[in-house]
Design a binder for this molecule. Structure first.
Ligand SMILES: Cc1ncc(COP(=O)(O)O)c(C=O)c1O
Length: 374
């Protein structure tokens, strides 16, 4: 749900999650332009924003569909009108299997694809899907070096595809080959080299062994905001990048293709608007945003427009700012923007996202998928 507004940013209370609309719009267009130029279907990973209205904007710009990490997010996106969804994490318990098949029954016009990586998934999904009379489409996740989920590209992958092809209520549609562990490799050349070499065994296996019509993947989905441009001549059909619309300080700190030490491809759009609530000493201030709104799993947030002020977590609800000798002083009541170190985990702590432009609040989205890790 989105509402339109027109009031000054100064009137927005803190801490609030905001997005610079100009930067986000540019980021969205840049990734879509890249995908279109390279004949890749863009399937943005919406775990970064969890907002159906933003997914709808991505689709209106040309995205083929979206990814979600969890079934709960899929429920939110389908209810919000999104019709083509890949669930990128395997599911395993009977409650989830029922929920998945219910989505097929409730949204017969939608394309819903579930990722699996084991025969247990295929057999249990087939059993419940057959009971409800639906055909569940699956992608098989291949191991690409992250050592998270994923079956090795070898005999195990082949026999899983063959099994799926024999099961009446499951349809094999392709392969997911995502390298989450490489998205933030700092040096661009190194990142590209590793991204390519880590998916090579999967693509070699596809071109050597998955050649008959029933084995050939219709979809090969992968790539993230750090590796989206790494796969020239590697035949992915889809790009799953997610963070690019917002970016964050961790992503900002990876290198660009021209050797620059920060990432120029997409701009930091997501921010947390905070207030200085205390000035205990001349070299220290405290803001009203601790780790319950600025996540610290990927390091400390960055203080926007104050390169020499360093943020340190002060616990759940406090953020401590350390000044250097040359820092511009801040007073109690001053407002200040923080750039989160990790967009996904920061966004998941807020109910609303405010869209800002030229110092004005223009939009407010309810983050409908917030907390839907179920
Ligand atoms: C399976 C999968 N695909 C795509 C993405 C999107 O990657 P990024 O947000 O780095 O663009 C993620 C993010 O964690 C993911 O887990």
């Amino acid at each position: 749900m989105v509402t339109e507004h027109s009031y000054s940013l100064e009137k927005l209370d803190t801490p609030s999650l905001v997005v610079d609309l100009e930067a986000m719009e540019q980021n969205l267009k840049r990734m879509q332009a890249f995908a279109s130029q390279h004949s890749l279907a863009l399937r943005p990973h919406t775990k970064a924003h969890k907002i159906p209205a933003l997914a709808a904007i991505q689709v209106s710009l040309g995205a083929q569909g979206i990814c979600v990490a969890k079934l709960g997010e899929a429920e939110v996106m389908l209810a919000g009108g999104i019709k083509d969804i890949l669930i990128t994490t395997p599911i395993a318990n009977p409650i989830k299997l029922e929920r998945l098949t219910n989505l097929y029954l409730k949204y017969p016009d939608a394309r819903i694809i579930q990722v699996i990586d084991h025969s247990d998934h295929a057999i249990t999904i087939d059993h419940i899907a057959a009971k409800h009379g639906v055909l569940v489409e699956v992608l098989i996740e291949a191991e690409c070096g992250q050592q998270r989920c994923g079956v090795e590209a070898g005999p195990e992958l082949l026999s899983l595809i063959e099994l799926v092809n024999k099961l009446p209520a499951v349809k094999y549609s392709g392969i997911q080959a995502y390298t989450g562990h490489l998205q933030h490799v700092r040096d661009y050349q190194e990142r590209v080299k590793l991204a390519r070499s880590s998916v090579k065994p999967v693509f070699d296996f596809i071109s050597n062994r998955l050649t008959t019509p029933e084995l050939k993947p219709e979809i090969i989905s992968g790539g993230g905001s750090g590796t989206y441009d790494a796969y020239n001549n590697i035949p992915f059909t889809e790009l799953q990048a997610g963070s690019y619309l917002f970016m964050d300080w961790d992503y900002h700190s990876i290198g660009s293709s021209d050797g620059t030490k920060f990432y120029k491809d997409f701009d930091c759009a997501l921010k947390v608007w905070t207030t200085v609530i205390s000035r205990p000493t001349p070299d220290r201030a405290v803001v009203d945003a601790g780790m319950k709104c600025l996540s610290i799993d990927s390091g400390m947030p960055h203080v926007e427009s104050h390169e020499d002020i360093k943020y340190q977590t002060g616990g759940d609800e406090h953020g401590i700012l350390h000044f250097s000798e040359n820092s511009q002083s801040l007073n109690i009541g001053d407002r200040i923007m923080m750039i989160p170190s990790h967009c996904d985990t920061t966004l998941n702590q807020f109910d609303k996202l405010y869209g800002i432009r030229d110092g004005m609040v223009e939009k407010c989205w309810v983050i409908e998928g917030r907390g839907r890790s179920d």
